[in-house]
Design a protein around this ligand. Sequence first.
Ligand SMILES: [Zn+2]
Ligand SMILES: [Zn+2]
Length: 133
Amino acid sequence: MTLQGGCYCGRIRYEVSGELFNRTNCHCSICRRTSGAPFVTWFTVKRPNFRWLQGEPATLQSSSKATRNFCHACGTPLTYMHVNFVGEIDVTTCSLDAPAEVAPLDHVRTSSRLPWVKLADGLPEYPEARTHA
Ligand SMILES: [Zn+2]
Ligand SMILES: [Zn+2]
């Protein structure tokens, strides 16, 4: 399976292939602040299965161990990498051209969930689990 995605303004494009895993909604405060949304939906691929097709994304060191890439022009959050998982890259599900095909399978970092976010999708919730900090 090969999927493509990109940012809102179209300057940055990427392609992923192979298995998509860790399909999750992350409620951590850093995902929230860097997106301006109550939580962020992600999936993970092995690093060789991700490639930039067009444009040069900006890089943010969002914590001591993590970097995030986004479009410098329109701000769309695109990818996330953590030094403890150097062989993997996380991708924002909703930057895909067809996000409906990659539904999340759980919620993580729900210890940080906003009290007005009422989850009713029946998916498993994990208070901590894998971080996007
Ligand atoms: Zn853009
Ligand atoms: Zn997060």
